[in-house]
Each structure stands twice: as C-alpha cells, then as structure tokens.
Design a protein around this ligand. Sequence first.
Ligand code: BGC
Length: 758
Amino acid sequence: MSEDFKTLVSKMTLEEKAALVTGASNWTTTPVERLGIPEMVVSDGPHGVRRIEDVTAIAQKSLPATCFPTASCTASTWNVDLIKQMGEALAEECIALNVDVLLGPGVNMKRSPLGGRNFEYFSEDPFLAGEMAVNFINGVQSKGVGTSLKHYAANNQEFQRFCISSEVDERTLREIYLAAFEKAVKETQPYTVMCSYNKVNGDYASENYHLLTEILKNEWGFEGLVVSDWGAVHDRVKALKAGLDWEMPGPQAQRTQKVIDAVRSGELDESVLDESVRRILRIVFKARQTPKNGKFDVDAHHELAHQIATEGMVLLKNNGLLPLKGHEHIAIIGRSAEAAHFQGGGSSHINPTKVAVPFNEVKAQAGAAEITFAEGYPTDNSFSQAMIDKSVSLAKSADVALLYIALPGFKESEGYDRTDLDLTDQQVALIKAVSAIQPNTVVVLNNGAPVVMNDWIDGVAAVLEGWMMGQAGGVSIADVLFGRVNPSGKLAETFPAKLADTPAVINWPGGAGKVYYGEGLFIGYRYYDAKKMPVLFPFGYGLSYTTFAYSNTKVSKKSFKDTDGVTVSVDVTNTGKMAGKEIVQLYVHDQKSKLVRPEKELKGFAKVELKPGETKTVSIKLDFRSFAYYHPSYNQWITEDGEFDLLIAASSADIREKLTVTLESTVNLPCLLNKESTIREWMEDPIGNKVFSPFFAQVESLSRKAFGAEEGSDDGMGADIMMMFGDMPLASVLLFMQSALPKSADDMVADLLKQVHG
Ligand code: BGC
C-alpha cells in the first residue's frame, strides 16, 4: 500500500472501513466525523449535472442544469477543444450544485445501432471515443471536479444488462471494447471508473479480477477508485477481492456486515479492504479540496451548448436547397418543432435551465417569411391520417416544408434496446406524403442513433441529423438551415442501409444468459469494409456548404521505428464560397499481418477552420499504438515489420490521399513454439527457423517418400504436399513418417523444442 492515507487508514476501525466501501446514500460516501473524513457527493452525468437535492432519492426531479447535447452529437463535432470546454462548464455546474464527481463520460462502443443507450455513447470507433473521453475528462478535472469513466466493460446493450454475460475474446476486448477506457485512464486518470452491470466472460464486471485488478489497476496504472454501477454488486466480498472499491448505492447494512465477518473469519485479507479504503479516501479528500456552492453562468453555458450542438449536427443530404434563402412561406411540420426532443430517457435525464424551441428559432431567422405549423404525428404510436392530410395541405401552399421528426422515447431510451431502426409508421407516411407534393422538403431528425431512410430519402431535398441536441439545439437547427453556420459535423457511427446489414445482427441480443460477440473486431465501418457492403452513410461522413481540397500530403519519414512514430501532414483548402470547417481523418491500413486485421482503422483526425480560398496545413501524429494490434498469444500489443498505408480521408469511404510507409518493429517477442506448433510457425519464428530449417529439407523429402510422391513432381494424392502440411503441427507430420525417423516423432519435437527454448 502506498504511503498516502496509510496512517489515516490505520486509525480506522474495521467497522468504519467496511462502512466506507459502501455508499451512505444514493449519491454520497460514508463520512467518518471522528477522523475528519468528509462525505463526497456524486451525480449523473454524462451531458449535464443531474443533482438530486435529497440524496436518499434516486429519480426525483433534479436541480436545473444545462443539458448539453448527448454523446452521439458531441462526438459528431470531432472538435476536442469544444468537448474540453463542455467538460469545464460541467465542472462549474458541479461546483455550483455541490457535486464532487460527475458520473460520466460513457465510452462503450456502439456494437449495434439497436443499443438503447447508444445516445449516451460516443462512437463505434475506440480511437474517436477515447479522444472524446480524454478531452471531456480533462475539461472537468481541470477544475478540480472528478469524473466517472463508465461503464466498464462490454456493456453494449440494455437487454438483460444486469445479468447477461458478454462473451468476448481477449483481442476484441483489448482492441475494440477496452481501448477507449485504456486511453482515458492512462492519459487522464479519471477520479473514478464505474464498472458495468453485466458479466464479462462469465464473471460480473463488479467481480471481475481480470478487468478490475489485472488490467485496469495493474496494467494501466489506474490510481482512482472503482465504483459499481448502481446495484451492480452481488457478492460484496468477492467484489472487493476483484478490485471493486466502492459499492453504490448505499447504505447496505448486510453487505457491510459481510465485509466485517469476512475479515474476522480470515476469508478476506484486511489488506485488501485497506487498499480500497485508501483509494476511496484519496479521492474523497482530493475532490473535497475544491470549494463548492455558488452560481454558474446559465446564459454562457446555454450558448456553449448551442455551439456544440451546431458543430455536432450532420448534414446528410442536400440537393442545393440549403441553406434556405428568400422563401416566402415556410411550413413547419412535426411535434418536435414545438416540443424540442433534445435528450434521452434514463439516468442521464437533465432538468434543463431553459430550452430553445426549434419553431421559434426558425421564425427568428426566417425574416419576413410566413410560417405555418402542423403537428404531423401524435405522441404515441397511433396512426392519424387526419394529421398527415393537414400537413400535406399546409406543405402544398408553402415554398418549403421543414419536417421535424423525433424518434419517440418509447423507441429509444436507457433500459431497453430498440427493436428496429425505423421511424414510426406515421412519421414515414408523413415524410412520404409531404415530399410527394412538396419537392422542397427538408427532414430534420432528432434521435440518438441511426435510423433507416431508404423508404423516403430519395423524395426529400435535404436531411439534417440533429441528434439529441441538448437544450440549445433548436437554435442550431435554424443556424444550419439558414446558413448562419456552415455545417461541419461528421458521423461518429455508420448509418446502415438496413438492420439486416449490421455487424451484430445474428448475435443480438443473445439468450440463455449469454451474448456472443461473434463479429469480433468487426463492428461499425470495420465490418462494412470487410464485407464491402454499401451503407446509407459511412462513418466520418457529413456535408458542408463549401468544398475542401486536399493536397501536398507528406510524411515525416518513409521508414521509421514503431516507437518513434511518424507525422503526416496535408494541406486543406477551402475551394468554395463560404467559410467552413473540415474534419480530416487518418486511417491506417496494414498491408500484411499474421493475424487478421480490419481493412483500415482510424488513428488520427483534426478539425480545421478555413475561410473561402484559404489553405492550412494539418499535421497528425501516429505512434506505436497506431500500428499495433493485440496478440492474444503473446498477451501484448505488437507491431510487425512491413508496409502500412496511411489513408488521408474526408470520410471512411472518401479516401483523398494515400502514403505508404515502412515500419520497423522494436518488439521483442518471446518464442511461443510448443508441441502443437505447425510447420509454418516453425519456419516463421526467428529462433525456430534457425533450429528447424536444416531439418526442414529432410522432413520435406521424407514426407514425399511417405506419401509416394516423386521428388519435384506433384504427389500421389493430387495435392501439393507442403501446402497440405504447412499448417499441420510438426509432431503430427512426423508421425506419418515415423518408420523413416531415427527416433519417435514426439522425441524429435521435444529435442527441437529444447534447442529453441534453451
Ligand atoms: C446507470 C449509470 C448511472 C447510475 C446512477 C445506473 O442505472 O447505468 O449510468 O450513473 O445508474 O444513476
């Protein structure tokens, strides 16, 4: 145990320590007045402060706070500075509302677009999610307020989220599901990490020694405390042993007693409890150093929420109608124009300080245009032809129809997954009917995750993805529609053409207690790339009112050592007439690797603002991890010598420039040859090759004899002997030629292995 707080821990009684490792209420730690140990207050998160005044309540209306856009939207900004500012603002609100730790951000991967909680998560790509999380956390923690990186780990669905076991192989875990956590932990040291409800490969995340202790604490060096998701602990003693420091919510008298009993009976080593207590004390005292209470700047934060929402909106389609200008009559259709749909349901639900009404914002920016309104669709899932008819007649008499379509809460929320990617039947019928009579139809979507559009997209002039845009998003929509702002968001997740195309579809949502992550590494664009499958809108895609050209691509070194990395630079020019921002993406493609790898992976990006005609040079650094993959046999990240393509792109499907570089690996890998190693593995292993190659010629000629094939000719079995044997264990091949060998096949392999392993 490290020195800090050791003395304080030693002054605590067993009872006090056992009480501290469980909460005192829904939102607080257990104080110990006798020793001057204060209580610490936590609150949801992630995109606003859900401070419930009465800490014994769990779902009461919270104090007013700014509702920022949810993570789908913030990630679509690809603007790390803005995310950091959002973090700072969140911290100011935490301080004002007496909150020590904000429960966010959430960095789980969007394995399937059906995940009910996807709106709270950033991306299908771990690099992008990791960058967002790092900046979010740095923003919050720069003001002395803590964060809780959640939900660790492999919590990618709502179906049976309290108990299902996510069955994920180690490589997929490391490269896809843990990578954003790893980046955030290593680069920012969040005050807390929240374990998820589900099991991972059979063990509850809260009792998972591999995840909590081996990986998070030992390998990544996490110094903060691990808190359980609310109600995620089943066996308190087992959880402590696994590395779960703080159980929430509390109090849980029985569990506390179990900890006491376990220490007394010797079942739990007191040092394990002490370590959790030390971690909690460290964070409690750290968090309480920041003085709390006061006020936050409601207007300034609303304005920041507005700015983020504007940059997060993604213009998906535009036949040239947008930005709107000079129209005399605008029909606004859709309930969500009046009742803004700007956040999702569940624990992240914020009580906003104020809300921009989309309808009013259009009015404010539409100049002298006449504005008319129809609701378009009901609040529930019922169907009303009358509402459609009214909308159509309104749209007919207008120059433009703006359709505000929000995916209703009964289709998308924490607590349940979506069952399809569709809008409601009424919404689809409404879009079709209106666009049939009004060619100038713009669809404005408010949803937390992709919807399918094949039924109607061809008929509409433009589609703006407005996401769950936060309390100020209504202004952002008008800003983009009227061109006050040039849209610059790009998708942080693929919009598939249909549900049946999605990566996890045949392994979703699991059953009989397990969900198999059968698609492995291949989620999101990694899957669509591998399948060469067309999508509705690719990862990284988004339109602008201007155009950008890429030129003069350079790399700092053509050949480099993995540990040195390289820097890629590219000139980006605004070739259109309007100022705008472009998001440059850098993907890495490994030309050849021993294990299968995705076609390409995002490893860097930059957002750059350009006036018309202006050119700026964008530089992006690549490091060891940009080229590495996790090798489950070596249990480590490795690189391999060879050529890599660096793809500079405007989206995952729009590669603008390609550079090829040569990497020299500095990774020294142990020799893993064993009794089961194949002939090819012997040949490819540097040490194995030295020992085995003199023997190889002998094996080859013996095998031809054993199989009745003439030297240099085809063999008696009509197949190339070495092609056939290459992937067989050496021991098995030798077995077939036993009669020609001086000793048993097993002994021969044992001899070779002795030479290899010294
Ligand atoms: C959610 C967490 C949340 C916690 C406290 C849980 O149900 O999964 O994200 O932080 O409740 O509200």
